[in-house]
Ligand binder design. Structure first.
Ligand SMILES: Cc1ncc(C[n+]2csc(CCOP(=O)(O)OP(=O)(O)O)c2C)c(N)n1
Ligand code: SF4
Ligand SMILES: [Mg+2]
Length: 351
């Protein structure tokens, strides 16, 4: 109920992070989504991840497009910067904002419609530029906001609420991202917070474009028998292939993992992600094998989850395009505007 103001009462004994903040300090306004919508669980996981990362809310930028999913940034981190862009155009607005200030932490929340239909070109180019942001797709297989039409992620044979059968080939955001050269590609489920929170933390810490495709059921239009994005279908076909632990820079990895079964990877800020293989054969750094494994599993109707592909070597946008790391707001005016005489001299060169 949007007209009810969310009460903010903090229990004196609520756990506090290193900044002295509680989880409530990372929350946003009251959700107006349908009760039980998967997107609200993702919001809860984002709040928890940001709290545990000890980043102040005002250092985050939350971006979105249009859709029920794109409304969710209103429900977390009221103190952060935010921009609700036009349908499918969030990546270009995020690119501009990130170019202007790389010191902030960027989270984009999109939907399967927003990303895979109208915004597919924008999504691909943000990957190509390796824009430093966490890009979340709250994937429910439908356009929830406009009353449940099939989206481009709907599986062949999946039925709509009134019985219509989808005949069109789905676009898999993970395989699309891998084929475009994305360096951090994960899939999860809104109903698996234990898996989701470490993935969100790792995605935020990763220096470059991180995609997390989160199956997030739409209880109003796509949670019936015959849907392949329902809670029941997802739970039945759920296949975690890799478990991810996020270890902050200040903490040592205490547990000894068996070689071959675990891979600790150090990120640019000194934090680590420890990947524990559920399937010993799975190698999240072998791009071609990951791609064909995902294709095989999609045909078999399995929902493979975890950090599916990772490459820590790709430079991010600022490095690739030789952009300044200094935020635009910190650059003196006369540096930005060299003045009439300098500009005239420059024009002479082209006469
Ligand atoms: C340019 C434009 N075209 C179409 C629409 C109508 N529209 C609004 S939201 C939406 C799809 C949302 O689907 P998705 O991104 O999957 O989000 P969900 O609501 O399912 O979370 C569409 C087609 C629009 N707002 N703007
Ligand atoms: S219509 Fe679907 S996606 Fe939108 S809020 Fe309701 S349950 Fe969530
Ligand atoms: Mg959708």
């Amino acid at each position: 109920m949007s007209y009810i103001k969310k009460p903010k009462v903090i229990h004196p004994q609520s756990p506090r992070n290193e900044l002295g903040l509680t989880v409530r300090d990372y929350e946003g306004g009251m959700s107006t989504l349908c009760a039980g919508c998967g997107h609200d669980s993702v919001t809860g996981a984002i709040v928890q991840a940001a709290f545990e990362l000890n980043i102040p809310p005002h250092r985050f930028v939350k971006m979105s497009g249009i859709g029920c999913s794109s409304k969710t940034p209103a429900y977390f981190m009221s103190q952060s910067h935010g921009f609700n862009a036009v349908h499918g155009r969030m990546p270009s607005v995020a690119t501009g904002a990130n170019a202007a200030n790389a010191e902030l932490t960027f989270i984009g929340v999109s939907g399967d419609g927003d990303t895979l239909s109208i915004g597919l070109g924008q999504f691909c180019h943000a990957i190509r530029r390796n824009l430093n942001m966490l890009y979340i797709i709250e994937n429910n297989g439908v356009y929830g906001l406009t009353k449940g039409q099939f989206s481009a992620s709907a599986d062949i044979g999946s039925t709509a609420k009134k019985g219509e059968v989808n005949q069109q080939t789905p676009i898999d955001p993970c395989r699309t991202a891998i084929s475009m050269g994305a360096a951090f590609v994960a899939r999860s489920f809104s109903g698996d917070r234990d898996q989701l929170v470490p993935l969100l933390k790792a995605g935020i810490a990763h220096n470059g474009f991180s995609v997390i495709d989160i199956i997030s059921p739409c209880v109003t239009f796509n949670d019936h028998e015959g849907s392949t994005k329902s809670y029941e279908f997802t739970r039945e076909h759920y296949h975690p292939v890799i478990q991810t632990d996020y270890v902050p820079p200040t903490q040592e990895i205490k547990v000894k993992y068996d070689e071959g079964a675990a891979m600790p990877i150090v990120l640019h800020d000194g934090s680590q992600i420890v990947l524990r293989k559920v399937d010993a054969e799975y190698d999240p750094t072998d791009r071609a094998k990951v791609y064909s494994y995902l294709e095989h599993c999609q045909v078999a109707g399995e929902i493979v989850t975890g950090l599916l592909y990772f490459d820590e070597t790709r430079p991010e946008m600022h490095e690739l395009s030789n952009l300044s790391d200094t935020p635009l707001t910190a650059i003196a005016f006369d540096e930005l505007c060299p003045g009439r005489a300098t500009l005239q001299k420059l024009q002479e060169v082209y006469r």
